[in-house]
Design a protein around this ligand. Structure first.
Ligand code: B12
Length: 217
């Protein structure tokens, strides 16, 4: 069986030891860790989510699989890139929006942004809309990046943009959104400046947003 297929299988069965062993194999064999995340672990978690929808898996399985992926991420993270939070690209405040405890995707985005040379302030998960703004002001951030994995919590994304406008801060920060249920159309509707489907796109969008901010657009 191919390496990525083995990763999918280990993630779906929530086998933490195996997920970690395969992460080490990814590094040892010189395989691109981001590809292993997207085509292995994340693909596996999508299957886990589908099983949960069909009531083949319940919350304990969801937690076990998430923990297995998390352990593998800890092994892969240091190998994701070089730049390492040099801050040369700009400053980003990131978090998973209020009511939402899903942070695996947000953590991958954060790691990739750091690897690309951004300084990232991570507020964690279940972050109040106002807290994103307070932190961005405190740090004089370029971009506020909000993640939502639940259809119920992505509804706070427009609130974030509206609150920025109410506080007369809309021109000061760029807003980037993402997460499984978020689409480019939704991001636009919410009034966000950018969207990324995955961590690699998040980095490209962040670069574009910082450039346009510095150019005064
Ligand atoms: C793991 C998981 C959990 C774990 C989370 C652990 C953790 N620390 O994150 C636990 C067990 C805690 C959990 C809890 C719940 N979950 Co859950 N969970 C999942 C699952 C299986 C995988 C999510 C995941 O980590 N994917 C892997 C990551 C890498 O992918 P990702 O998050 O999409 O991130 C990528 C992109 O979206 C993007 N991205 C992400 N963030 C950002 C941000 C920016 C700015 C950008 C640009 C890009 C970006 O880049 C990332 C990397 O490529 C999904 C199923 C699914 N298909 O998504 C269900 C799922 C999201 N959960 C669901 C549900 C219902 C719940 C619960 C309500 C269950 C319950 N009854 O309690 C609770 C809610 C808790 C809460 N308040 O948040 C539903 C949501 C349905 C809906 N309509 O919204 C799903 C879809 C399962 C399903 N099919 O029913 N869950």
């Amino acid at each position: 069986m191919k390496l990525f297929e083995q990763i999918v299988e280990a993630t779906v069965s929530g086998d933490q030891e195996r997920c970690m062993a395969l992460a080490r194999e990814v590094i040892d064999k010189g395989v691109d860790p981001l590809q292993a995340i997207e085509l292995g672990y994340t693909k596996g978690m999508t299957i886990v989510g589908d099983k949960f929808s069909r009531m083949e898996y319940y919350l304990p399985e969801l937690i076990r699989c998430a923990d297995a992926m998390k352990a593998a991420m800890d092994i892969l993270k240091p190998h994701l890139g070089k730049g390492r939070d040099s801050g040369v690209q700009g400053l980003i405040v990131i978090g998973t929006i209020q009511g939402d405890l899903h942070d695996l995707g947000k953590n991958i985005v954060k790691t990739m942004l750091q690897a690309a040379g951004f300084t990232v302030h991570d507020l964690g998960c279940d972050v109040q809309v106002r807290s994103f703004i307070d932190k961005a002001e405190e740090q004089d951030a370029d971009v506020i990046a909000a993640s939502a994995i639940l259809t119920t919590t992505m509804a706070y994304m427009p609130d974030l943009v509206n609150l920025l406008s109410d506080m007369n801060l809309r021109d000061r920060f760029k807003v980037m959104v993402g997460g499984a249920p978020v689409t480019p159309e939704y991001a636009k509707e919410a009034g966000a400046d950018g969207y990324g489907e995955n961590a690699a796109e998040a980095v490209e969008t962040a670069k574009r947003l910082v450039q346009s901010k510095k150019g005064g657009n």
